[in-house]
Design a protein around this ligand. Structure first.
Ligand code: PLP
Length: 381
C-alpha cells in the first residue's frame, strides 16, 4: 500500500492535482478475485479506468476484458496486435466480451472482422447484428434485481426474464449463435442477495431454453457489481464469493463457462488522489477549503456514482472540525464534501489526499472551466 511519505514525494516531484495508480494493488485485486472465485473468468470492465497501462498490467496477469466501445476494444487489442491471425482471433473470442447491449452500426461493421462475443437485449439489436456483424457470438443480457446497489443499472438494459427465451430463439432463427446469458446486479452491490437471485433467474432461463429445444448455451456472465471496500460496512469479498460459488455449483454444471465483469473491484483501491489547498475561508461559521481537484475531475464519482470521497490531511492540526471542501471550478455544484473532519488550521499550499479513488474517477474527468484532468503517475508497474 502506498505510504503518506510516497504520496508527498510524488506530489513534490509531479505537482498536484495528482492521481497515483499502484499496479501492485491491481495485481493483488486480480489475484484475490481469482483465488476466491476459482471457477470465474475475470473480464476487467475497462470503463472503470481505461488507461492503457492498467489494461497492460491486467493483460500480463492473465485477465480477460469487458469493453463497451470501439476505442475500449482497441486499447485491449493493442496488446495482441502482433499475434498471428488465428491465435489473435481465438484470444479475442476467449478473452473479450463487447458488453454494451446497444451498438452503433459503424461499430458492428468494424467489430465483425474480430468475431467477438457481444451482448444484446432486444430484437432490433438482433436484426442489426445479423446485418452488420453476422460473425459475432451473442450473449443475452437479462434484467435482474438491483436492490440496494449504489449504482442501479437495470432500468436501462436487460431483457425481462419472461421474454428471454423468445429472444434467444429469434436470434437462432436468424442463424446467429446465442452462447449464453449475462446480467448486472448494479454497481457497488453490498446486498449479496442480488447475485443469488440473478444466478437463480439465469438458471431458470437456461432450463426453459433447453426445454424449448435450444441446447447450445454454455456461458453465464455474472457481470460486475463486486463492491470495493470503501468503508467497514462492506462485507469481505470472501463472504460474497462463498455465496456465489455455492449457487453456481448448485445450479450450473461444470461444462458451463462462468464469466464476470468486475470493474470497480479491480481498480478502486489502486487509485489515490492528492490535492492542494488553494483557498480558505469561513462560511456560516464553517471552515471551507478550496482545493485544485473536484467533481468535474477526479471526484466525478460523487456526481455520477453517489460516491462519498473522504479527504485526509498529512499532518495533525491543533483541532479537528467539520469543514467544507470545494473543487476549483466556478460551479456551485463543485463540492467534494460539506462535512469532512479536518484540522481547521491547514494553510494554503498544504496537501490533502483521498484513497480508494481508482474507479470511475479519472475516467470521467473533464476539462471544465479550463482545468485539465489530474496528472497521472503509475507506481510499481
Ligand atoms: C455491462 C457492464 N459490465 C460491467 C460493469 C462494471 O461494473 P462494476 O464496476 O460495478 O464492477 C458495468 C458498469 O457499469 C457495466 O455496465
Amino acid at each position: 500500500m502506498i505510504t503518506k511519505k510516497q504520496m508527498q514525494d510524488l506530489a513534490r516531484k509531479h505537482g498536484t492535482p495528482l492521481f497515483i495508480v499502484d499496479h501492485d494493488e491491481i495485481r493483488r485485486n486480480y489475484a484475490q478475485f481469482k483465488k476466491h472465485l476459482p471457477r470465474v473468468q475475470a473480464y476487467y470492465a475497462v470503463k472503470a479506468e481505461p488507461m492503457p497501462e492498467i489494461v497492460k498490467t491486467l493483460y500480463k496477469a492473465g485477465a480477460s476484458f469487458d469493453v463497451a466501445s470501439m476505442p475500449e476494444f482497441m486499447i485491449v487489442h493493442e496488446n495482441i496486435k502482433g499475434m498471428q491471425n488465428k491465435k489473435r482471433l481465438d484470444w479475442i473470442w476467449d478473452k473479450i466480451i463487447y458488453a454494451n447491449p446497444i451498438k452503433p452500426i459503424e461499430t458492428l461493421k468494424e467489430l465483425d472482422q474480430y468475431r467477438p462475443l457481444v451482448t444484446y437485449d432486444n430484437l432490433e439489436e438482433v436484426k442489426k447484428i445479423k446485418k452488420y456483424a453476422p460473425h459475432a457470438g451473442l450473449c443475452l443480457r437479462i434484467r435482474v434485481p438491483n436492490t440496494g446497489a449504489v449504482v442501479e443499472l437495470s432500468s436501462k438494459f436487460g431483457a425481462a426474464p419472461g421474454e428471454a427465451v423468445d429472444l434467444i430463439l429469434a436470434a437462432a432463427r436468424m442463424g446467429l449463435g446465442v452462447e449464453g446469458l449475462s446480467f448486472h446486479v448494479g454497481s457497488q452491490t453490498t446486498n449479496f442477495e442480488n447475485f443469488v437471485q440473478a444466478i437463480n433467474i439465469a438458471a431458470d432461463i437456461f432450463k426453459e431454453a433447453n426445454d424449448r429445444g435450444y441446447t447450445r448455451m454454455n456461458v453465464l456472465d455474472i457481470g460486475g457489481g463486486f463492491p470495493a471496500p470503501y468503508d467497514s460496512s462492506v462485507k469481505p469479498f470472501e463472504v460474497l464469493a462463498k455465496r456465489i460459488n455455492a449457487e453456481l455449483d448448485r445450479l450450473f454444471p461444470k461444462n458451463i463457462e462462468i464469466l464476470a465483469e468486475p470493474g470497480r473491484f479491480m481498480i478502486a483501491t489502486a487509485g489515490t488522489s492528492v490535492v492542494r489547498i488553494n483557498g480558505k475561508t469561513v462560511r456560516d461559521g464553517k471552515t471551507c477549503y478550496y482545493v485544485n481537484d473536484g467533481v468535474y475531475h477526479t471526484y466525478s464519482g460523487i456526481i455520477f456514482d453517489h460516491q462519498h470521497c473522504h479527504l485526509f490531511p498529512f499532518r495533525k492540526g491543533k483541532k479537528e472540525e467539520i469543514c467544507g471542501v470545494f473543487g476549483p471550478t466556478c460551479d456551485a455544484l463543485d463540492v467534494i464534501s460539506m462535512s469532512e473532519n479536518l484540522p481547521a488550521d491547514l494553510e494554503l499550499g498544504e496537501l490533502l489526499y483521498s484513497t480508494n479513488m481508482g474507479a470511475y474517477s479519472h475516467a470521467s474527468s473533464t476539462w471544465f472551466n479550463g482545468f485539465p484532468p489530474a496528472k497521472v503517475v503509475h507506481i510499481n508497474k
